[in-house]
Design a protein around this ligand. Sequence first.
Ligand code: PLP
Length: 403
Amino acid sequence: MDFKNTDDSVTRRIRAMVERVTMLQDNDLYFYNLPISELRGGARVLVNGRDMGMYASYSYLGLVDHPRINAAAKDAIDRYATGTHGVRTLAGSLKIHDELEATIADFKQTEAAITYTSGYVTNLTVISSLLGRRDWVISDKLNHASIVDGCMMSGAEFRRYKHNDMEELEKRLQQAPADVSKLVIADSVFSMDGDLIDFPRMVQLCKQYNAWLMIDEAHSVGVLGKTGRGIEEHFGMEGTIDIKMGTLSKTIPSVGGYVAGKKEMITYLRHASRAYIFSAALPPAQAGAANEAFKVILDEPWRIQKLQANTDQFLNGIKNRGFNTLYSSTAIVPIICGTDERAFRMTREAHHHDIFALPVVSPAVPEGLARLRATVTAAHETDEIEYAMNVFEKAGKEIGIIS
Ligand SMILES: Cc1ncc(COP(=O)(O)O)c(C=O)c1O
């Protein structure tokens, strides 16, 4: 590669990354950005002509390629075509956007909702619009990058507490000056570890210390609660989150993000959040697909039951084979391998046996806790899950992760 300057920090940064990627590619250890040519219902995918079992998807309820959702997307194209041609505030808001926001508010049992073009952007813009200098934002150390970036962008005092440690959260709340606004923010289910937050205690602390509570439900919508409504339903504590954030790109087979809550807060965000007023709206097809997906979740509750059964089979099966899965209790199962190198080798073995799962290595997770992160969905069948677990077991024994 020809660089403008051979030794400035930009060049060094680019070169270090390129060298790392090249080293992995040269050693048959590069598993990212794989070319998928067919989705095959979500439980299987076609990669470089090979039919593989898919264990890296967040399509928890297997709604990918659902006929009703596909039809809704096509219908939205027929009615509104493909683009939104500007920001909603100025270029006009399509009826499908209003319908989607009403559907989300209904699903999340709130007064109103607002949508953005990605979950990442939703966290960035919502946190930075609600908070400003002098306010305090208190965040779990394992929160998603989009939350961290939103906190930093807000200019508020940014404090973190040890993962899921409610005593440390209380200390941070006590440290905040009495006259500042406080926001506590956490993922409901953690995307690297698959564990749940201590929601009841967190709600109680927010009440006690008069703090706002924002929860990112990217991995709990469709997953937790009898009807898939998320963490409040799971704990029977409806109406306790002030700012309910979620994405339209995981259980919901579309793209985008949303926040649901009180009407006045949504009115504020519609006129103050920069990703809404300075960025084009969701394309109609994606809004139509998302709108229908929330309805399918309620109409097909068997999917939630099947996801639960598949999660039990997978999580227990992996644990019984001797793997460490940390505190996961959901469909996200971290199979701890130890060193980065072991996680890469484990992945390579899995791929050679047609199992699509991805390694997560440092710095994304602490050194020594590199893992294969595998997810199951409602689309998997019992024998497919058994096959995948046997592949992991054989590889784990060969590499020396389990005995
Ligand atoms: C917890 C969490 N929040 C937010 C996001 C961002 O969502 P999106 O992919 O829709 O931008 C993700 C996606 O990985 C996530 O896991």
